[in-house]
Design a protein around this ligand. Sequence first.
Ligand code: ADP
Ligand code: MG
Length: 234
Amino acid sequence: MEKSILQRAKKEKRTLLTEVESKQVLEKAGISIVRAELAASAAEAVAIGKRLGFPVVLKVASPDIVHKSDIGGVKVGLNNATQVTKAYKEIMAAVKKKQPKAKIHGVSVQPMAKAGVEVIIGMTKDAQFGPVLMFGLGGILVEILKDVSFRIVPLEKKDAKEMIRDIKGYPVLEGYRGQPPSDVAALENMIMKVSAFVEKNPEIKELDLNPVFAYNKGAVAVDARVVLEPDAVK
Ligand code: ADP
Ligand code: MG
């Protein structure tokens, strides 16, 4: 993992990487993400938005905030400078109200990704088996129905193929009611890359790509969270 990111986490004695940092390390590992740029002011957010092209998404960038939208820290579909400025102020006000002690780096600015089928790829460490990857369909399917599958790292291609087909919701990825099928091969590739990445970086305690948007061609993580082992930042 990038020394600069690890060093900053160490210096600040924190284990949570922000979305911006998490996506940086994942992109280096060849994992497809929607790149997020850090803005420290509303004016900077507007400038980045103009450069990227609207619509954009703004999210609070803080090493103290795990669930950004829970506290009003995510604004999607921003179409112009006025909307970006307003969103920036609203996010800062929401954080101040809900988590006044949070250290804020600013906001992340990123392109609005087109809608896809939402899936989740995650890694947690099991006391017995070590790193384990999780796959599931996003949203309520994971949260309420717990429709997920697990495989132990390192995975073989066969494991990636199986774990996707194991979930009850798999037909959703095959396409239904006129929906085109999702690019399951792209998801398999992403799972393999995540497996290789966590195998190579034992300082990672947890990882969450939630959600990943799966398309008819390709797949991309729109949110990412990396948590480091406490020992790694001592
Ligand atoms: P958190 O999980 O911390 O609340 P997310 O980054 O996952 O925040 O954002 C919340 C939701 O906003 C996502 O589940 C997704 O539906 C939407 N979203 C986030 N980033 C993008 C993006 N770049 N393009 C389109 N939709 C997005
Ligand atoms: Mg998320």
